[in-house]
Design a binder for this molecule. Structure first.
Ligand code: 7GP
Length: 837
């Protein structure tokens, strides 16, 4: 124990652990030091990647100092912390972000320039950390940035997958998947904590023990154990000393297990068991908004929640407080239902291992957890089959049945004699076999439940959680509209615009208080200002055009209107509707005279996004987009009036190039299906207008920026049911423009029409679940309105400025503050720079 050492020893440590200086000389020295020692290279043996590694290692040294300082001071002060449990953290690259947040980008940039390298090229050498699918995972990453920036004591807990989301390549127009070997060249942004290792059990049986007072205790004897090893990822805040942590768990075989098998003389079995243990954290499941129901996924969820809770409880126990203080020290946020097992695990630890009474334990549990729902799509609701669950987690199943029994008893007391209600609210679905409804478990075990945008939070109250609102009352169900970090999504991704805003507003305060962007409105009638604003947009479009040339081998003009839809490919997001309207546009242009063509607004339609490998219809949409692109892009009758591209392998770092370069982007989900959307916020923050439905956060963006600056179309969420009904039972005919488009596909204009038959079938009258036909005409009209508006560049530039200026609400700083005040009850704890560790 350090505190037992004599004063002189501690002072010696403090003298020797002085933080590195950050002048250009020290920075260069540290880079070259890493080149020559850590990398064992020299000036004669350097390339961009080696430069990246050296800069990363040097930056990492500085991060670790801050991390140590933060974690040390927090351990001593021991304030209440929040733990954000997320199976996904879609971090992207770290170096640029870390240097900007530490305020060292300029110094490092100059430093390596003198050493013969270009910072932007060096940054490009980093591979993305892609431990997430889409919105949910990227939200977790934005929240970690805000938590650190606002000095909140917060840790993330997740899994260290060996393979992140697959890499997408397009072969003959089709998506093919390749493994993401992101750890092949070592990851400088993680600190392996080989000393932190936790045993996690699986399977086995439950012993019932009766003590001398006749009280029964349950003792779970797992059949197998695996080890969880911690890897820490430092998350520096912007312009602060605070540096938070994401702890990612990696699975390893246990040493004792190896030995037993070895002693039993069963070498092969021990090797097999060891590989099975490693498998748990080997791969991220590539589904976005759908549940796969695989046993290995359930193993991942338990492995991760059990390791995290063990860690959290161990940290709490160090403070020697009473158990009744637990929820005053610890808040745990469940990022969707993936970590809902944590509720059961904490109850098990408290009752079986800490010997608390059931009721005392349950009181602690429900005060500790809060739950965020990210979707209402039925196919995404997590359910686990009871037999499979019992085989893996026998004791947890008993606890779930008990939680359910006590819960349903209370429901019965409040609303007697309503079996239908009990059936609907039960955590167990009476199917063959029985299923555990994880969303119900999460609601019952949490003190607050939130949706991620106003519309979505209201929807969950009237649909999936209706009975629960009736039972618990309104206060438990709240809204926390999503946000995005302006540090990555403006300052880092759009440096020119960031500098221009800083110059205009006189300082960088807006990066920590995004509402200050309002100050830009005063410049709206300043011609020079508007010209510069549009010149920056154009420069960003040039950068994107270069990326398109490189990745798609298509030349696009930066003077055309850039129209973007980038997000996971999903029927509810309606990329299909977008490409159908592109075909409509193509046909319209083809039918025009030369004189008519002269007034067409040239457009580049840009798609990007991955489809889940098993999602057949989504993959067909990608094929259709590529086929349309192939035909349109080489049609001399169209020329530059229309270009279509599908950018392969859309990910965070590609998004950082695309987002600042869009004129218009598409957020066109069927109303009521997109919980929030977050890329909509990124585009508008960067002065890109959006075309969208009244869905998710689009509605709140409209409220903030005003209806003149957004293109809204389509039906509203409360009309969807009636429209579906009318389609199904009253045979509303298909939209006529849509009919024309479909017959073009069927005639083979875009290749063998047989390929697309399953896709076209989804539009059959009565089956068009996502209402593409119903919204088609208004979608075409909205697109025409965009063309019209874009022609007046001066008016457009005003809209663009108004967009950026009014996006203050959508900073993840605002979201995180709301969570901290209204759910977690935590306060900022700003770390003091003591100059040593
Ligand atoms: C997404 C939602 O689809 C998106 O609308 C939202 O902005 C985002 O979460 C962040 O809240 N949901 C998922 O990514 C997802 O997989 C099912 O949800 C668990």
């Amino acid at each position: 124990e350090k505190s037992k050492w004599p004063k002189e020893t501690i002072e010696l440590w403090q003298r020797l652990s002085k933080k590195e200086a950050n002048d250009i000389n020290s920075v260069q020295k540290s880079i070259v030091h890493h080149v020559t020692t850590t990398l064992a290279r020299s000036v004669y043996n350097m390339d961009n990647f080696a430069a990246y590694q050296a800069v990363a290692l040097s930056t990492r040294d500085r991060l670790i100092s801050q991390w140590n300082e933060t974690q040390g001071q927090l351990s001593r002060a021991d304030p209440k912390r929040v733990y954000y449990l997320s199976l996904e953290f879609l971090l992207g690259r770290s170096m640029d972000n870390a240097l900007l947040n530490l305020g060292l980008k300029d110094t490092y940039g100059k430093g390596i320039e003198q050493l013969g390298f270009n910072m932007e090229e060096v940054i490009e050498s980093e591979v993305d950390a892609a431990l997430g699918n889409g919105g949910l995972g990227r939200l977790a990453a934005c929240y970690m940035d805000s938590l650190a920036t606002l000095d909140y004591p917060a840790w993330g807990y997740g899994l260290r997958y060996n393979y992140g989301i697959f890499q997408q390549r397009i072969v003959d127009g089709y998506q093919t998947e390749y493994p993401d070997y992101w750890l092949n060249f070592d990851n400088p942004w993680e600190l392996p904590r080989l000393d932190i290792s936790i045993q996690i059990g699986f399977g086995g049986h439950v012993q019932i023990i009766e003590d001398e007072y006749g009280v029964t205790r349950h003792n779970w004897i797992p059949a197998t154990n695996v080890q969880a090893i911690a890897y820490d990822v430092p998350i520096p805040g912007y312009d602060t000393e605070n540096c938070n942590n994401i702890r990612l768990w990696r699975s390893k075989p246990t040493k004792t297990f190896d030995l037993t098998s070895f002693n039993e003389g069963n070498y092969e079995k021990s090797v097999e068991d060891a590989t099975n243990a490693e498998k748990i954290t080997s791969v991220l499941y590539p589904n976005d908004n759908t549940m796969a129901g695989k046993e290995l996924r359930l193993k991942q969820q338990y492995f991760w929640t059990a390791a995290s809770l063990d860690d959290i409880v161990r940290r709490f126990k160090k403070s020697m407080r009473e158990w009744s203080d637990f929820s005053d020290q610890v808040a745990i946020q469940l990022n969707d239902t993936h970590p809902a097992l944590a509720i059961v695990e904490l109850q098990r630890l408290l009752v079986d291992e800490e010997m608390l009474s059931w009721d005392d334990a349950w009181d602690i549990v429900t005060k500790t957890f809060a739950f965020t729902n990210h979707t209402v799509l039925p196919e995404a609701m997590e359910k686990w089959s009871v037999p499979m669950f019992e085989y893996l987690l026998p004791r947890h199943l008993q606890i779930i049945f008990d939680i359910n029994l006590f819960f349903l008893q209370k429901v019965e007391m409040k609303f007697p004699n309503d079996r239908g209600l009990l059936n609907r609210m039960s955590i167990i679905e009476e199917a063959q076999p029985q299923q555990i409804r994880m969303a119900h478990l999460a609601v019952v075990g949490s003190h607050k439940v939130n949706g991620v945008a106003a519309l979505h939070s209201n929807l969950i109250k009237t649909t999936i959680f209706k009975d629960f609102v009736h039972y618990y009352g309104e206060d438990k169900f709240i809204n926390k509209t999503n946000g995005i970090t302006p540090r990555r999504w403006l300052h880092q991704a759009n440096p020119q615009l960031s500098d221009f805003i800083t110059e205009t507003l006189g300082n960088t305060k807006w990066l920590k208080d995004l509402s200050l962007l309002k100050g830009l409105v005063a410049k709206i009638n300043d011609d020079a200002f508007r010209k510069k604003w549009m010149a920056i947009k154009r420069a960003n479009k040039v950068r994107l055009a270069e990326l398109i040339k490189e990745r798609c081998n298509v030349e696009v003009s930066p003077d055309a209107l850039f129209d973007v839809q980038v997000k996971r490919i999903h029927e509810y997001k309606r990329q299909f509707m977008n490409i159908l309207v592109v075909i409509h546009r193509y046909r319209t242009i083809k039918s025009m005279t030369a004189a008519q063509k002269a007034s067409v607004q040239p457009r580049v339609v840009i798609f990007g996004g991955k489809a889940a490998p098993g999602y057949y219809i989504a993959k067909l949409v990608i094929k259709l987009i590529n086929s349309v692109a192939a035909v349109v892009n080489q049609d001399p009758a169209v020329g530059d009036l229309l270009k279509v591209v599908f950018i392969p392998d859309y990910n965070v770092s590609v998004a950082e190039v695309i987002v600042p370069a869009s004129d218009i982007s598409q957020h066109i989900s069927t109303a009521g299906t997109e919980a929030s959307g977050t890329s909509n916020m990124k585009f508008v923050l960067n002065g890109g207008l959006i075309i969208g439905t009244l869905d998710g956060a689009n509605i709140e963006i409209l409220e903030e920026i005003g209806e003149d600056n957004i293109f809204i179309f389509g039906c509203m969420a409360n009309e969807v049911e009636d429209l579906r009904h009318a389609q199904r039972y009253r045979g509303v005919p298909m939209d006529s423009a849509l009919q024309g488009v479909i017959s073009a596909i069927e005639k083979g204009v875009f290749g063998d029409p047989k390929i697309y038959q399953p896709l076209i079938s989804t539009l059959t009258v009565g089956k068009d679940f996502y209402l593409i036909s119903a919204d088609f005409a208004s979608y075409i009209a909205a697109n025409q309105a965009v063309d019209q508006a874009y022609k007046d560049q001066s008016e457009w530039s005003k809209k663009s400025i108004r967009c950026t200026a009014n996006m203050g609400k959508f900073s993840s700083d605002r979201s995180v503050k709301e969570y901290a005040d209204e759910i977690w009850n935590i306060k900022p704890y700003p770390v003091i720079d003591e100059g040593h560790l």
